[in-house]
Design a protein around this ligand. Structure first.
Ligand SMILES: [Zn+2]
Length: 363
């Protein structure tokens, strides 16, 4: 494996601003600047930024009209107005602080920078450590801790500002279904959206296997709903499961909606993953991308709320890309669950294969 240039994209404001209002006994408090702070501290402590293959990149300021590539004026103005008015809570699941508009716009710029620099071959892979997350945001509304849809905006930027028409595959490994992101590309055959996410099988919800896309995009929306307690081996097995789809799709670039909320200690997600999974994951994805699209991958941060776990997850991801060794902290041994304990997963895979078979030769 040839060593690459890897860009780590962040701005210090992500580690300081857009702070949830306290005290609030709701889950919004977890989307806190400390998420980025602990990740940056660890990467610095581990001298990642001194590595000759790592390039630190600050996203530039962007104009407000860039947001219109994926959002209505009404939604953009709403966030700006609530920020200017001192902040507030939207729908119980989104908070807006006085500096939220500024920070959210910078998150969009981070995602755009991540894909732009990879497409223009300035770097081989990028990791955008940005917040607030984006994959639950829709054209007209914020939702689930997300303000603007960072990844959707980055793709529309490539399409409309850089005339990039190549196929793009999104692999969303956040613990939750990226409903907003799926929605944007549901009828678009040039964007493949694959999501692995926790699903409550006791009730009907979005993100089930029968949402396959529509119109020209039929077959290019692939949902893999998994029960609570996803284990290390199961997660990696699911990546192997989607590999032939990625190969057949043959994208020009891979975007990973990188959520770390499948980590065992995450206060929101209910997965059982330990940080070494993200080491093996980034190695695996890098090998696939090397074969398919000259290694072009942008990892764009979505969720992940364990202040203890985030630092190890991101370090593991970076070490995997660098093809260096990674040893997970010993406390994770208590939780490591490598055996598959979910027989339902095989059933889900089989049912999904049956549904997508008409659209994919690999099944
Ligand atoms: Zn999530």
């Amino acid at each position: 494996m040839i060593k690459n240039k890897i860009g780590i994209i962040y701005d210090e404001i992500f580690a300081i601003k857009h702070t949830p209002p306290y005290p609030k006994p709701t889950f919004i408090a977890f989307e806190h600047p400390n998420r980025i702070r602990v990740m940056l501290e660890t990467l610095k402590r581990e001298q990642i930024f001194d590595n000759q293959h790592i390039i630190k990149i600050a996203p530039p300021e962007i104009e407000d009209n860039i947001l219109e590539l994926a959002h209505s004026k009404y939604h953009i103005d709403t966030i700006r107005r609530i920020s200017e008015g001192g902040g507030g809570i939207i729908d119980d699941e989104v908070f807006v602080a006085p500096d939220t508009f500024e920070v959210s716009k910078m998150a969009v710029s981070g995602a755009i920078t991540a894909v732009k620099k990879v497409i223009s071959k300035e770097i081989n892979q990028s990791i955008a450590l940005i917040r607030p997350p984006g994959h639950h945001a829709f054209r007209d509304k914020s939702s689930g801790l997300c303000i603007f849809n960072n990844i959707a905006l980055s793709i529309f930027y490539l399409r409309q500002k850089m005339n990039f028409s190549g196929k793009i595959a999104i692999l969303d490994v956040d613990d939750h279904f990226g409903d907003g992101l799926a929605h944007y590309f549901y009828e678009d055959p040039s964007v493949l959206y694959i999501s692995v996410h926790e699903y409550d099988f006791s009730q009907v919800d979005v993100g089930f296997i029968n949402e396959l896309g529509a119109g020209d995009g039929i077959g290019t929306n692939i949902n893999i709903p998994v029960p609570e307690g996803l284990s290390t081996n199961e997660f990696l097995d699911l990546i192997d499961f989607v590999e032939p789809i990625l190969r057949e799709f043959a994208p020009s670039m891979l975007i990973v909606a990188t959520g770390f909320d499948t980590y065992f200690a995450d206060p929101i997600g209910n997965g059982h993953l330990t940080s070494d999974v993200f080491y093996n994951f980034s190695k695996k994805i890098r090998i696939i991308a090397d074969e398919l699209c000259e290694g072009k991958i942008a990892f764009i941060l979505e969720g992940g709320y364990s202040i203890i776990g985030l630092q190890y997850c991101v370090l593991a991801l970076v070490k995997g890309l660098l093809n260096e060794n990674y040893a997970s902290p010993s406390f994770e041994d208590l939780w490591r669950n490598e055996q598959s304990n979910l027989s339902n997963l095989e059933k889900i895979k089989k049912a999904l294969m049956k549904m997508i078979k008409p659209y994919w030769n690999c099944f």
